[in-house]
Design a protein around this ligand. Structure first.
Ligand SMILES: Cc1cc2nc3c(=O)[nH]c(=O)nc-3n(C[C@H](O)[C@H](O)[C@H](O)COP(=O)(O)O)c2cc1C
Length: 369
């Protein structure tokens, strides 16, 4: 039911554990495979390992900021680590990162020899501005992808940045260079917050924001690529449960990656997402997850295609049970009022913007034609 073919790899399910320090060595990757992941991506492997800054990860209830950088294990050490990682089977994707096409190709050919099943090129790290800039340039992405594709026989995924003016153009460059697929998205450059008593930002430099904060960005990136380029997509960003995973799949992803929620909740989240998907498919009589691939895309129109429908909000005369007044407070057109215990909508002034249907905690307001 969840078995899927992604880049020619046979995955027992489409839930992949994303690159990050939770996959920092062979043993942690092996554990992620045992926890039920369809595949696991290593932390990014580089030729010049760097000392970690401290502290480097902060979080709040909606996500995280990290300035973690890359794997601290030298490339040669990954021969040992990949053996451990694959000691109980499973699919391992090696993430590699470097500044020049030949350096990335060199790392990719090494990890292929060490047993990696696929490569993910990470050229979108928001902590390294040069890489983030490179990720926006389709010609640079083309060169890097082509160098890696000609150096290895295994599938090559390219991990894209959301911070680019035209993600379709970059995904097209990956396809033109022979890349097997794209992953979208990496973390997004940001600052989690500022302690106003100390006048101190949460972390002392800009970092990559991940988790729920970036899910809408990831969903839009995946949908945009799916609508414009015929290439397999791995959806990433803010997946905390099976619903989020299915959202990405319905917008065109063939597989998904989970990072921050593994970091914050542990590897058990993987089996929770997998079993949640399985139950959802069963209760909706869907035989294969592949049937859901891109299913929501036909409901995603371009702005030009949208029609101006005479939609207005209605409370349907239902009595309000919440007394929160959120609908009245948020109605910019002054169209909502209360009469006794009931919420009333003025049909003359309501413009059908739809906001009240989202703010009402009791879901009393609906849009009607
Ligand atoms: C602490 C941390 C370290 C990360 N390290 C890497 C990395 O080494 N290579 C990479 O390509 N992405 C890295 N990422 C990005 C994740 O793989 C993923 O793209 C991003 O966090 C969005 O997914 P999420 O919201 O599920 O975490 C890292 C993310 C975090 C939070």
């Amino acid at each position: 039911m969840l078995r899927t073919n992604f880049l020619g790899l046979d995955l027992k399910n489409p839930v992949i554990v994303a690159a990050g320090p939770w996959n920092r060595d062979g043993e942690s990757i092996r554990k992620a495979i045992v926890a039920g992941a369809g595949a696991v991506v290593t932390e990014s492997i580089v030729s010049d390992t760097m000392l970690d800054v401290r502290p480097r990860i902060a979080c709040d209830e909606r996500g995280a900021q990290n300035i973690r950088l890359y794997s601290d294990i030298q490339i040669e050490g990954w021969e040992r680590e990949l053996k451990i990682a694959k000691s109980e089977g499973g699919v391992v994707i090696a993430s590699v990162s470097a500044h020049t096409p030949s350096e990335v190709a060199y790392l990719a050919s090494k990890v292929e020899k060490f047993g990696a099943d696929a490569i993910e090129i990470s050229i979108s790290n928001p902590m390294m501005e040069s890489l983030e800039v490179a990720a926006s340039h389709a010609d640079v992405v083309f060169e890097v992808t082509r160098a890696v594709v000609s150096a290895v026989k295994i599938p090559v995924l390219v991990k894209l940045s959301q911070t680019t003016t035209n993600i379709s153009k970059v995904a097209k460059a990956v396809k033109a260079a022979g890349g097997s697929g794209v992953s979208a998205i990496n973390t997004v450059r940001g600052i989690l917050g500022v302690d106003i008593e100390l006048a101190e930002p949460t972390l002392s430099t800009y970092g990559g924001i991940s988790g729920s904060y970036i899910r809408p960005l990831g969903l839009a990136s995946v949908a945009t690529i799916a609508q414009t380029v015929d290439i397999p997509i791995c959806g990433i960003g803010g997946i905390n449960n099976y619903r989020h995973a299915l959202e990405y799949i319905m917008l065109g992803a063939s597989a998904v990656q989970v990072g921050t929620s593994v970091m914050l909740e542990g590897r058990d989240i993987v089996s929770k997402i997998v079993s949640g998907m399985e139950i959802w498919l069963k209760t909706h009589n869907v035989e294969s997850v592949e049937e859901l691939h891109g299913k929501a895309l036909h409901n995603l129109k371009s702005f030009d295609e949208m029609k101006i429908e005479p939609t207005i909000s209605t409370a349907n005369g239902a009595p309000c049970t919440e007394n929160c007044n959120k609908c009245m407070g948020s109605c910019m057109y002054g169209s909502i009022s209360r009469k006794g215990g009931s919420i009333m909508v003025n049909k003359e002034s309501c413009t059908g913007c739809g906001l009240c249907t989202f703010v009402c905690p009791a879901k009393k307001l609906k849009l009607e034609w």
